[in-house]
Write a protein that binds this ligand. Sequence first.
Ligand code: ATP
Length: 346
Amino acid sequence: MKLDSIPITLTRCAKTFRGARVLEPLDLAIGAGETLVLLGPSGCGKTTTLRLIAGLESPDAGGSVYFGDDDVTALPIERRKVGMVFQNYALFPNLTVRENIGYGLKIQKVPTHTARERVDELLSMMRLETHADKNIGQLSGGQRQRVALARALAPRPRVLLLDEPLTALDARLRDALRSDMNALLRELGVTTVYVTHDQAEAMELGDRIVVMSAGRIEQIGTPRDIYYRPASRAVAQFVGTLNRLAGQWQDGLLRTTGGAVPAAAPHMAGASELYFRPEDATLADPATAHLRGVIGRTTFLGERTRLTIEGATHDALVIDVAGRVELAPGTPVGLSIAADALIALA
Ligand code: ATP
């Protein structure tokens, strides 16, 4: 199934509830067919942004929402042709799976024959054929979520809006459904806005990620941009684990308590702090490594081992190594960091 795709544009969209500003004026351009993920901690304004796009909230005066060239700011949700899925499914408990999926088509008075065909297509797409006549209460959480998605898609929406659709599911199921969701969104080609506070979901599903904090956009970028080129400390600390290298700059080297790291690019020399990800450092011969320290804790995580290293710089460092590494606490080690893995934050 392929849906039409249109761009969405928000201009100067702010939101105030009873005198409290929960969303600062924001501009956002979402490409036709793009999956844009809104990521951030609880209360940062993700759902409010999604509800502005849906037409469940109006922006404060001066804000506008466009679907393609249509100004939809004043249109209520039922006239925007959006499909929406919530964390708690919001299915009709007294209707069957088939009736739930067909609900929107009935409201739109789609002819019975066409509606049946479309519901059948969605039942098969979502692997729900054998559940078509069951009541919602007879389904598992994952199945309910697939019904909710099918119901949102049946009227062929112009825009798909998903608010934490996998959050209520247990971790194993969530991982499996995440890759199903990815395949589905690629197939549909519909412009999608996806709210989550889970970074793995954001990384896997987002063409671009918007990191929000306290009612503002901190950064918009591809998953790689957000991870490797975070725009601020808030973004860097919210996404993944980060090590801080603190020291004094001298001749293009950041000198720390346990060695020296060369600046990868001229702009880095002078940055107050450098950071790197746990997987971007390797154990090396202490004689030639950038940094020297001793093993603190080792945590075996199956496919990798997480080590803490003390004495290399002011803070203990966390690094991830693949393979069978067994090092006793106190073992001296060297550490080298790939030059292009250093992140400079002001
Ligand atoms: P969560 O993941 O917890 O849903 P969120 O990032 O989606 O968080 P929002 O739901 O957009 O955040 O809420 C942003 C802020 O706006 C919160 O402080 C919330 O309490 C407040 N808020 C949201 N809706 C209303 C409302 N109808 N009336 C008053 N305050 C509201």
